[in-house]
Ligand binder design. Structure first.
Ligand SMILES: Cc1cc2nc3c(=O)[nH]c(=O)nc-3n(C[C@H](O)[C@H](O)[C@H](O)COP(=O)(O)OP(=O)(O)OC[C@H]3O[C@@H](n4cnc5c(N)ncnc54)[C@H](O)[C@@H]3O)c2cc1C
Length: 412
């Protein structure tokens, strides 16, 4: 026997849960007509658990999307930290006293430049908000899919079958939905791993996010509410294995040197986790009766902390497009879904290309390039207009955004 829904979302990550919550909140379909399918729904973290090793830097646009589905309001104040400044510098050029930019929220009249958020707590709240709204959770692994404009069929490994008007793949970079739908993807490995951990520092982070570009990859220090910083250290080839294998004293010394002593001595206070990095984008975001969102559609270098921010905008854009379905038009209608694809594919490709370009530019020790990029960074640092434009873009206050104040213009 098969169960019928309007919308079935595969993946219980943040984008999957947010899409479900937004679709219900915006009346795309009734909550009981929306299902989230996942092979595993994570348990909520204990209230006294430490900050998750994974943290996200989220933009104002993401905050708005999360407010819209009632998630932001649930976040504990000690698991969000609004950072007011961001300091970016070129590890090579700065040695010559150049190549540094400081962005400040005061320059753009905002209370902060974004928020550092605990990943596990955020995911738990996204899922709980969806559950509280009455969305159906189905724990099972995906087996087969067949999507058409009027109806999509999902076969689960335990033998159950689901039918829906629209199937959405929100199942991350290794998306089975993408594969079963026959949608190809392209990209390349960065041959870098990002090492993440939390550290204590001799000098305070001053509510500032720090990023130093080194020839081996960028090193970020993201400020946490308890005074510690979360590091994201992207390094090439054998470096991640070497660094992870060092004893704490040696690791601390290398980290302190890599961030140029900006905080005095650094002390690692958690285990280290590593994530292989790649650039990947799906050739299509939609087929009749199905769409991809989040990392299932695009994976970008984390150097500017944009991956989830892009995924949350996918959710908002898809819901905004579905709200525009005319009369009896099915939400799986390809003409409708193409509007979502045209909108988000171009924005995401631009962002992916920008991250890729920045990584290539800074992971290069060529003296001419070093001089050029340092001059470029210094120029941005000296031009208030350029600094403001960068900060507004990163915060999601400019660009082609869904859920704008001016909502009268439906997308055609
Ligand atoms: C080191 C690092 C730092 C980052 N920092 C930032 C940052 O600061 N800001 C930011 O915006 N982004 C950041 N990102 C990017 C961000 O982590 C991702 O873009 C985001 O987690 C993607 O969310 P998602 O919901 O699309 O996919 P995922 O988080 O991958 O979730 C997919 C879900 O689908 C489930 N799933 C997988 N396969 C199946 C299946 N077959 N059936 C059912 N369910 C399935 C998985 O269990 C998972 O729950 C960072 C990434 C890295 C690697």
């Amino acid at each position: 026997m098969s169960r019928e829904f309007d919308l079935v979302i595969v993946g219980a990550g943040i984008t999957g849960a947010v899409l479900a919550g937004l679709a219900a909140a915006r009346g795309v379909c009734a909550p009981e007509r929306i299902a989230i399918v996942s092979d595993r729904f994570p348990a909520s973290p204990n209230a006294d658990a430490d900050w998750d090793l994974r943290v996200f830097a989220l933009s104002r646009a993401s905050e708005r999307v999360l407010r819209e589905c009632g998630v932001w309001q649930r976040m504990r104040a000690d698991r969000i930290f609004g950072y007011e400044r961001m300091c970016v510098w070129d590890g090579t050029g700065a040695a010559h006293g150049r190549g540094c930019v400081v962005f400040d929220c005061a320059e753009i009249g905002e209370p902060n430049l974004g928020s550092i958020v605990d990943a596990r707590v955020l995911q738990a709240h996204c899922l709980q908000a969806a559950r509280d709204a009455g969305i159906v959770f189905i724990e099972a692994a995906l087996h087969k899919l067949a999507a058409t404009s009027t109806s999509s069929h999902i076969g689960l490994r335990d033998g159950r079958e689901l039918r829906c008007q629209l199937l959405v793949g929100a199942d991350g970079t290794e998306s089975s939905t993408r594969e079963l739908l026959g949608i190809g993807s392209v990209g390349h490995s960065y041959h870098q791993d990002a090492l993440v951990a939390h550290v204590r520092t001799e000098r305070p982070h001053q509510g500032c996010a720090w990023q130093r570009f080194l020839p081996t990859g960028p090193l970020a220090f993201l400020p946490l509410s308890d005074g510690r910083s979360s590091i994201v250290w992207s390094t090439v080839c054998r470096e991640p294995a070497r660094l992870s294998g060092l004893d704490s004293a040696r690791f601390n010394a290398e980290l302190t040197a890599a961030i140029d002593g900006a905080f005095g001595a650094c002390e690692i206070v958690t285990p280290i986790a590593g994530f292989p990095l790649k650039l990947q984008y799906a050739v299509n975001y939609v087929v009749p009766g199905a769409a991809l969102i989040g990392d299932a559609a695009h994976a970008v270098h984390p150097l500017a902390g944009q991956g989830l921010n892009l995924g949350l905008l996918d959710c908002a854009a898809l819901v905004e497009v579905l709200c525009g379905a005319a009369g009896a038009q099915a939400i799986g209608d390809l003409r409708l879904l193409r509007r979502y694809e045209r909108w988000r594919k171009s924005e995401n490709l631009l962002a992916a290309a920008a991250m890729d370009g920045i990584d290539r530019l800074f992971s290069n020790a060529d003296p001419t390039l070093t001089a050029l990029r340092s001059a470029g960074l210094s120029a941005v640092g000296r031009l208030p207009f350029a600094r403001r434009e960068f900060a507004r873009r990163a915060l999601g206050l400019s660009g082609d955004l869904p859920f704008r104040a001016d909502r009268s213009s439906q997308r055609k």
